[in-house]
Structures are given as C-alpha cells and as structure tokens.
Design a protein around this ligand. Sequence first.
Ligand SMILES: Nc1ncnc2c1ncn2[C@@H]1O[C@H](COP(=O)(O)OP(=O)(O)OP(=O)(O)O)[C@@H](O)[C@H]1O
Ligand SMILES: [Mg+2]
Length: 347
Amino acid sequence: MNAEDLSLLALKQKPDFVETPVVRSLCERATSYLNAGYPIHFSGPAGTGKTTLAMHAAAKMGRPVALIHGDDEYGSSDLVGGQLGYRSTRVVDNFIHSVMKTEENVAKTWVDHRLTNACKYGFTVIYDEFNRSRPEANNVLLAILEERLLEMPSGRVNEGYISVHPNFRAIFTSNPEEYAGVHKTQDALLDRMITITVGQYDRETEVEITAAKSGLARADAERIVDIVREFRGLGVHQLPPTVRASIMIARVASLRGASIRSEDPIFRETCRDVLRIDAIKVTREGTPAASTWLDEILDRNCATAKNEARRRSAPARGLSLKRQELEGAEALFSGNGLQECKGFDVN
Ligand SMILES: Nc1ncnc2c1ncn2[C@@H]1O[C@H](COP(=O)(O)OP(=O)(O)OP(=O)(O)O)[C@@H](O)[C@H]1O
Ligand SMILES: [Mg+2]
C-alpha cells in the first residue's frame, strides 16, 4: 500500500524553518524524547510555533506522517476507523439467452483510519490541537501509548487488537484550557506523554521568522517585531498579538511596497487592522485610547529622523498611556486581557 492510499504526508525540512538557539534547543529536546520512544506534547498559547515544531520534529523522524486535527465532533471511530466503505457485487446471469437474471449485493466494509494505519505500519502521528476532541474520543490513545496495543471496536473482522509497530511515534499539540472550544485533557493521557511548554518566542527568533517569511530586510523585520511585542506587552487584548501578526504586517507591507515607517499610510493602516485596534474598547473621556497607543508605539519604533524631532517638540496628547498607569493597574489584568485600568473606561 502506498502513502497516498493511506492519506499520509511525506514531510521534508522546510527551507524557511528558522533555527535560532531557542528553537534548536526545543527541537533537540523533542527529537531526543521521540528517539527514546516517548510521545511528545507541545503545549502553549496560539501562535507560539507548536504546529511548526511538531511538523519539524516529525520530518526528523524520517517516516510517513499521518496528520490529525482535534475536533469536538470526533468519536473514537474517527481516529481508528469504522464501517464506512461499501463493497458492491453484481452478478448478471444470461445463461438462457431469453432470460436475464441480475443480483446485486451492497455490503458495508471496515475502513482503517489514520491512527490505525500509523500504529500498524509504524508511522508518525501528529495530533494537532488534540484537546479540541472530547476526552472520550481520545481514550483509545491510553492503551496505544502505554500497552502499545490498539483495541479495535467490534465490526472490524479478524483483529480485536493490533500491536503497535515499534516505529510508531506520536506528537501532540494543545492550546490552554481557557481557550474557547478546548476540553480538559484526562490526567492519564498527559501522564503518558512528555510535555514541552512553549511560550512567545524571544525577540531574535521572532525577527528571524518575520524576515524569513516575508523576505523583508532584517532592520525592517526588527521594527515590526518591536511594534508587535510592545503592543503585546500592553496586555490590552484578550488574545495578545503573536509572531503571526508580525508576519502578516511584514508580508502585506512587502507586497504593497510600503515602507516600514510610521509616516507610511499603508503601513499604519495594516498595523491598525492586524493588531485589531478597533476591537479594543478602552476609552478616556469618551475618546478611543488604542489608536493613540498605536501612534505612540509606531512613532517610537519607526519614525524617520525628521518626524522624530517634530514628535519630540509636539505637546503630549491627553490619551497617552503612561507606563505607571498600567503598572498601577497590574492587579486588574487577568488572563483575559485588560479588565480595568485606572483613568480609562474599559467597555
Ligand atoms: N521555527 C519557525 N520557523 C519559521 N516559521 C515559524 C517557526 N515557528 C513558527 N513559525 C511561524 O509562526 C506562525 C505561528 O506558528 P504555528 O502555526 O506553528 O503556531 P501554533 O502554536 O501552532 O499556533 P496555534 O495554536 O494558533 O495553532 C506560523 O506562520 C509559522 O509558520
Ligand atoms: Mg497550530
């Protein structure tokens, strides 16, 4: 049976995969655990590189890869297989030429799904965002990972159990439990895998990724990353902007020929949209504050020398977000972003 019949991927190392010391260290940990035979699990917030790391680690295993995406609608048969195929037979009997007899039979047949094929043939499984599936759908993994046995549901003839091939490897990714549409994972499953917790990358890695994915010069990628990181640091978004925001801004700016300068209207507009400025419902005396914060951050990070001088001599705007105000409000920040901030109205 070839890879296409089993809907597998033949993953190769991507040329634009960025390997800074931080990324290399994550990859080394991941491959060493996989080589020792353990399933691994990248856990962390959105946009922290989990799927990319999983793909990279899977490519390093050098085996065909079965990719599964967690889904709330899944039952275990979506992972393992089910009575989903049809076998149709038709017999035409024209032995006596004046009599035509036809007989048609349609029977359901069992179809193995990706997890079963990976267990059988020793492939690598990436189960991306596995905690989007309900815990009971993932129960089948408990025996696969510990006893290395796949228990088949009734309906599959011949084999009640399949022994897991020694080359079978599993890589999981998950988002934090507080994310919408995510289930709590059973402790027994977590106990069977090695979890590598990932967070937002360091500046150097974000700059390298942004430059590699957009083709922009390093200095421009640095400006964009600094803007996004500073905005992230404000903590005013429920979902803080990630390296994805930097890549988006960089790619659009590059495509539209915008310069990475606070005076460039296309660049400003792209930053506004990507950073979802209009979604931040923080006002002071009825005026939206987020636009002013963005203006300040843009001016600070990428104003031309001429405008920088003008900015310094201009009177301060009333909405300016002073660090002390945010620091004073620190206790009012929660995992869901800005809840309350002294002197501002949060709607
Ligand atoms: N090492 C890397 N080299 C190149 N690009 C990377 C690297 N890590 C992450 N990226 C890029 O950063 C972006 C976010 O990465 P990725 O999709 O892997 O994050 P994630 O943690 O899986 O996010 P989510 O939880 O939202 O699925 C992608 O565009 C990806 O291509
Ligand atoms: Mg992902």
